[in-house]
Design a binder for this molecule. Structure first.
Ligand SMILES: Cc1cc2nc3c(=O)[nH]c(=O)nc-3n(C[C@H](O)[C@H](O)[C@H](O)COP(=O)(O)O)c2cc1C
Length: 204
């Protein structure tokens, strides 16, 4: 009897210690499940394209990176648009009329590690800049939430067709319903609005 009692005491001490240290024990093995849970969570990714000299979309992208702990990637064109407004606008308009243009550089990107994926663009002609459409067409976003953000000029965000056009170009993507839009010249002040939006994306 004494031996049985001692055994029960020892067993309950092991179980208590396991509970205290947050371990999962199944009789054969004990494992701390915290690292397993952490490993199962994936990391956010921020991907963006920018054109103007002030790189407003980059400003918001880097803010997002800092706030979410995301990795960040820049979309680069194989042949960049001209640096003058007229040339870029004409090339951009031509590309928007094509189903798949322009070509972008191959990105060293393993999307399986990431969720959500934030995709940012300057608004061009009330929608995404064409290299951003190419990016959405180039990767497999199955099982991911893609949250779109943009910076813009004088236009009214309610009239932008970024989300609608992205849905039309790549319908199989699970897009977050709200696009984050911020005036480019004010990009440095996007922080509070960005916080509220990130919270909504994370709550999805
Ligand atoms: C070719 C071109 C077209 C643009 N079209 C629009 C537009 O339709 N609506 C708008 O509000 N801003 C428009 N803009 C302004 C940009 O969206 C805005 O300046 C943006 O913040 C630039 O981002 P970036 O610095 O990352 O390139 C346009 C800019 C360019 C160069």
């Amino acid at each position: 009897m004494k031996l049985k009692h001692a055994f029960m005491l020892a067993a309950s001490a092991v179980l208590s210690a396991a509970a205290f240290f947050g371990c999962n024990c199944d009789g054969n093995s004990c494992s701390d499940d915290a690292p397993a849970k952490a490993a199962a969570k994936t990391k956010p990714l921020v991907v963006y394209w920018t054109w103007s000299e002030t790189h407003n979309t980059k400003v918001v992208a880097e803010m997002l990176q800092q706030k979410t702990g995301a990795d960040i990637k820049l979309i680069e064109m194989v042949t960049p648009y001209p640096s003058d407004f007229g040339g870029a606008a004409q090339a951009g308009q031509n590309d928007l009329r094509q189903p798949k243009a322009p070509a972008i550089k191959e990105m060293d990107l393993d999307l399986s590690k990431y969720d959500p994926i934030y995709v940012g663009t300057p608004i061009w002609f009330s929608t995404y800049a064409p290299p951003v459409r190419t990016f959405l067409q180039s990767y497999d976003f199955k099982g991911k939430t893609v949250a779109l953000f943009c910076t813009h000029g004088q236009g009214n965000p309610a009239t932008f067709t970024y989300l609608r056009d992205a849905k039309a170009a790549v319908p199989e993507i699970d897009y977050f319903a709200d696009v984050f839009a911020f005036k480019g010249t004010d990009a440095a002040n996007a922080g509070p609005a960005l916080d509220a939006w990130i919270e909504k994306v994370n709550a999805k």
